[in-house]
Design a protein around this ligand. Structure first.
Ligand code: FEO
Ligand code: CA
Ligand code: CA
Ligand code: CA
Length: 656
């Protein structure tokens, strides 16, 4: 409203062809460089050595593995595009690369793992905080020994805050009062708060645990393994050097009558949004009010003074849900970040993130949608209160949050095609969300056990193993994925939505968005709207692709589009189609084996930062801190996930 007509942004780069090499491809006139690859020491006087065995101590003071979501935090406003603190998720590990000098991990599949191997892997997960800067020639490097450099790992002590903190659900041997836990795990996408903190989101954490005994309902629903944990860290339990059950805690099998006899509540201290102050040495805080599930990310809604703070988050699993958190407190611009200043940002985080309401989305076929509150007194589809339906005490909000997925089942939320990243157009408030793929999506079926009106329910403790197609997830066996967008309505808890673009191979029969060889893609994952002058911006789409129709033509990639038609959400068909698909252009292609994820730019948009995760044979020169990221390897290298900085050779803003 009141916006002046403006010249639409134009993507000025030449789209790149698909590529399947051990190198990054960027458009003509651009250059890419590697920054902070896995294993980069955070102190001065140390160098990465490709043949060096990793140890718990070395890994605890080096960049973690498998970079994913990330963000930059300015140190002073005048130099924000030249020097800042980079906060970076280290989602998971490549054991072959980690243990390459030793010929692989010991007993990776089963049996007792050496304690120091488990410790090293635990320390390769989490979050890396590292200062980076650009020199006069435009090269970026990290600042060794910066006071900001630090690591959070899967063993770092963290606080619990919000409704679950202090409840019986999270009382453990480690924290008998239920206010702390150890570690954050499988941090995938991320969030950035207006008060200058970083949110690391816990996604595939259930797999580090195992429960071989009687399962809690929430264990089953979230998918805690019943046979063995992903890496077998629990098998290091009993080692002579083990301290305070550092390994035993990953086996949550109930052993006796009482919770204090075993580790049954440990997994209930995971599955949250984790707030980190990148400017201070403060402990990280798990903000439980935002729900407990496999959080892909944490995306701030449109920020308005005097209105609540909103965060969106998807649960990335087949037929899981989209959530929204709305703070009780109204946004006070006096709380905005003061770059580089030292003060208690986590107290501000508590103000906005510890008290609020969590909602889950239901998408209707007519393009409308509603947000369903996950409160103890909310009414389920069959008219009970949520608390009663879950067998909880009347006001047990902590219990609702522990059982977030079950609560969403009971309300009739819409099962989605694996919600990954979201991003918000800061001018319009419109939200974009990637639905990466879903092979457990059957044909639409009016006789199915589920309808999109929620007239029949998912089973608490089970959810939907498979679900028939619905309007927002309309393709059976959706291998290529799609992107939807929505806008909040003026009516309470209502929104309108439409499909923005369908992934596809150019020659697919269901290439609904008319993609061609220069922009075919599948499995959209990372997503970021880069706000430019006048409130316009480029929407960047990253892929994590397993669909052969596209992978036979190209590795994972980064695409750009300037969204059109923002004023006019009204239909459920694709917005990008054969008449305007040229708006969607391939900007970069990653090396073999990788996914392309994590994205932000400097405030002046002259440097775009992305992450290359789980590359197969890259980067070519592992000894070089900074190198030409487009160089292809001539032999097998010890692969290292890394951040990549993409800049224009002429120093201008990226993409335009
Ligand atoms: Fe870690 Fe859903 O990607
Ligand atoms: Ca990933
Ligand atoms: Ca992802
Ligand atoms: Ca993915």
């Amino acid at each position: 409203a009141g916006e002046q007509a403006k010249t639409p942004l134009t993507l000025a780069f030449e789209a790149v062809r698909g590529s399947r090499t051990d190198a990054i491809v960027v458009p003509e006139g651009y250059v890419a460089q590697v920054l902070v690859p896995w294993g980069t020491p955070l102190q001065a006087g140390q160098e990465w050595q490709a043949d060096q065995p990793m140890t718990p101590e070395r890994q605890a003071m080096s960049v973690g593995m498998h970079h994913d979501g990330m963000a930059g935090f300015a140190l002073d406003a005048d130099n924000a595009s030249r020097r800042f603190v980079l906060a970076l998720n280290n989602e998971y590990i490549d054991q072959d690369a980690l243990w390459a000098p030793q010929g692989g991990p010991t007993n990776a599949e089963a049996g007792a793992r050496p304690a120091d191997e488990s410790r090293t892997e635990i320390n390769a997960h989490g979050v890396t905080i590292v200062e980076v800067e650009k020199d006069a020639s435009g090269q970026w490097s990290h600042v060794a020994n910066s006071p900001y450099n630090r690591r959070f790992t899967s063993a770092t002590v963290m606080d619990l805050a919000g409704p679950v903190a202090g409840s019986d659900y999270v009382k453990t041997q480690f924290s008998p009062d239920g206010t702390q836990t150890r570690g954050t795990n499988n941090n995938c996408g991320n969030g950035v708060t207006p008060w200058g903190t970083y949110i690391a989101c816990e996604e595939n954490w259930p797999d580090i645990f195992v429960n071989r005994g009687e399962r809690f309902q929430d264990d089953a629903r979230i998918g805690i393994p019943t046979d063995k944990s992903r890496y077998g860290w629990d098998t290091s339990a009993g080692d002579a050097t083990e301290q305070n059950g550092e390994f035993a805690r990953f086996d949550i099998t109930p052993r006796g009558e009482r919770a204090e006899d075993d580790y049954r509540n440990e997994a209930r201290t995971f599955g949250y949004q984790v707030e980190v102050d990148p400017y201070s040495g403060a402990r990280a805080v798990k903000r439980t009010a935002l729900g407990r599930f496999r959080h892909e990310g944490c995306w701030l809604g449109k920020l308005e003074a005097g209105k609540p703070i909103v965060f969106y988050s998807g649960h990335d699993a087949r037929n899981e849900y989209v959530y929204k958190y709305v703070s009780d407190a109204a946004w006070d611009p006096a709380d905005a970040n003061r770059p580089g200043a030292e003060y208690d940002r986590l107290a501000i985080g508590s103000k906005y993130m510890d008290n609020g309401t969590l909602y889950v989305a239901r998408f209707h076929a007519d393009g409308s949608g509603e947000w369903l509150p996950l409160t103890p007194s909310a009414k389920t589809q069959d008219g009970r209160t949520l608390a009663a339906a879950l067998g909880l005490a009347e006001n047990d909000l902590a219990g609702i949050i522990i059982n977030t997925c079950d609560a969403a089942d009971l309300l009739g939320a819409t099962p989605m095609d694996r919600p990954e990243w979201a991003t918000v157009d800061p001018a319009s408030g419109e939200v974009y969300l990637t639905l990466t793929n879903n092979t457990q999506r059957s044909e639409e079926d009016s006789d199915a056990t589920f309808t999109n009106d929620g007239s029949e329910l998912a089973q608490p403790g089970v959810g939907f193993a498979t679900a028939p197609a619905n309007a927002a997830n309309p393709r059976a066996n959706n291998e290529a994925g799609h992107v939807i967008r929505w806008r909040e309505s003026r009516l309470p808890n209502a929104f309108t939505w439409e499909v923005f673009v369908f992934g596809a191979a150019a020659d697919d029969a269901d290439n609904h968005s008319g993609l061609n060889e220069m922009n075919q893609f599948a499995s959209p994952d990372g997503l970021w709207f880069d706000e430019r002058e006048g409130g316009q911006g480029i929407l960047w789409i990253q892929t994590d692709n397993g669909y052969e129709g596209v992978t036979e033509h190209t590795n994972d990639q980064l695409l750009a589009v300037v969204p059109q038609g923002l004023e006019d959400i009204r239909g459920t068909g694709p917005v990008i189609n054969s008449s305007n698909q040229q708006q969607l252009k391939r900007f970069a292609v990653g090396p073999n084996g990788c996914e392309v994820t994590g994205i932000f730019a400097t405030p002046d948009k002259t440097a775009l930062f992305i992450n290359i995760q789980h590359p197969g044979n890259w980067p070519a020169d592992a000894n070089a801190l900074v190198q030409d990221a487009t160089a292809a390897a001539s032999g097998q290298v010890r692969p290292r996930a890394a951040t990549v900085v993409i800049q224009k050779r002429d120093g201008g803003p990226v993409g335009v």
